[in-house]
Design a protein around this ligand. Structure first.
Ligand code: YSA
Length: 354
């Protein structure tokens, strides 16, 4: 054994003692990593010892190499249980910190509710389903053809001017926000053959000054029935049933002559006020009647426009405003409340949770 190898074996003993001693004082993950780096890591003491083997005499190198490797194994064997212990302690600490107290009272989830208009749409879809009507939905951006022409309102017709239309594109192309849900009459008839029984709930838009009973965006319900032998009696029966379902079995419906270009004859329909039983009160403006919307027998020109033979088929249609319906039903006195986003108002209707 040469002097050089003597020196290395003394260094091995020294390293063993010092490393084992230091390992005893390791108490956490950070000091353990420092220890690992210093002694057995790729740039640690053992590695530099192995690298220095080249400076030994050739015959001393194998034994010195074995000793250095044996020391690495020994230190690694000492390191492993300490590492396991520290990891276990860390895990226990985390479990203690993150444990859940199952006895704490839960947090009430914020559950939304259907908007009063949506709730009314659902209610009407249900009522009309029992009468054999199917709900269909159509585009809110319409062409003049469906919003006016096919409803017997040609370009030069004075009735066209009374709709406060919002034109959203080139006026010549007449792309409009639909002013009512009636365009779905023609769209439905083009798609289906009689017998037809549909309702169309949806938004409508008009360039209106807002006040307590007018909005620029509001919701309508259109109804359409086309078949052989449909008469005004069928219309009255359906509206009567609607009024009873919404406001109670005693309700009566009143039809009065009115004009809409797409019906002949046309009517406005009202229901006797459920609040005062028709005697007159603040809600019905002392008239005893609540106006619900327009209706009538589908005009032969409308039937012809979609290729139906008006000699063979007849139909009725009606259209009513949802907001005013909810206002009547629940005594709301300002239509602007529906889109005002005031939770105090909306929560009053929060019966339907979604
Ligand atoms: C008439 C005959 C039919 O065979 C079919 C449908 C109709 C209704 C027609 N399309 C129409 O829109 N008539 S209307 O202009 O009188 O509106 C119907 C209902 O919509 C009104 O009774 C009202 O309740 C509601 N409405 C109209 N403009 C409104 C509004 N609600 C709130 N704000 C507005 N600006």
């Amino acid at each position: 054994m040469t002097d050089g190898s003597h020196g290395l074996s003394a260094r091995i003993n020294e390293v063993r003692e010092q490393a084992i001693e230091e390992l005893k004082s390791v108490s956490d993950g950070e000091t353990l990593r420092d220890w690992e780096r210093k002694w057995i890591g790729p740039k640690g003491e053992i590695t530099s010892m192995l690298r220095s083997l080249g400076s030994l005499a050739k015959e001393d190198r194998p034994a010195a190499g074995r000793d250095a490797q044996a020391l690495r194994s020994k230190l690694e064997a000492a390191f492993t249980p300490v590492q396991e212990l520290i990891e276990r302690q860390q895990m226990e600490r985390r479990l203690a910190e993150e444990s859940i107290d199952v006895t704490l009272p839960g947090r009430r989830p914020d559950i939304g509710a259907a908007h009063p208009i949506s709730a009314m749409i659902d209610e009407l879809i249900e009522i009309f389903a029992h009468l054999g009507f199917q709900a269909v939905f159509g585009p809110e951006v319409e062409t003049g053809r469906y919003n006016f022409d096919l409803l017997n309102i040609p370009a030069d017709h004075p009735a066209r001017d009374v709709w406060d239309t919002i034109i959203i594109d080139d006026p010549a192309a007449e792309i409009v926000m639909r002013t009512h849900t009636s365009p779905m009459q023609a769209r439905t008839m083009e798609r289906l053959d009689p017998p037809i029984r549909v309702i169309v709930p949806g938004r409508s838009y008009r360039y209106e000054a807002q006040d307590a009973s007018h909005e620029w965006m509001f919701t309508q319900l259109e109804g359409l029935a086309v078949d052989t032998n449909i008469t005004m009696t069928d219309l009255k029966g359906v509206l009567q049933e609607l009024a009873r379902q919404l406001f109670g079995p005693e309700r009566r419906v009143r039809l009065r002559c009115d004009f809409f270009p797409f019906v002949e004859p046309g009517v406005d329909f009202a229901v006797d006020c459920a609040i005062c039983n028709g005697k007159g009160c603040r809600v019905c403006k002392h008239s005893g009647w609540l106006e619900m919307g327009g209706a009538g027998m589908v005009h032969p020109n409308v039937l012809r426009g979609v290729g139906y033979d008006p000699e063979k088929y007849t139909g009725f249609a009606f259209g009513l405003g949802f907001e005013r319906l909810v206002m009547m039903k629940y005594g709301v006195d300002d239509i602007r409340a529906f889109n005002g986003n005031d939770l105090r108002f909306l929560k009053k209707f929060a019966t339907v949770t979604i």
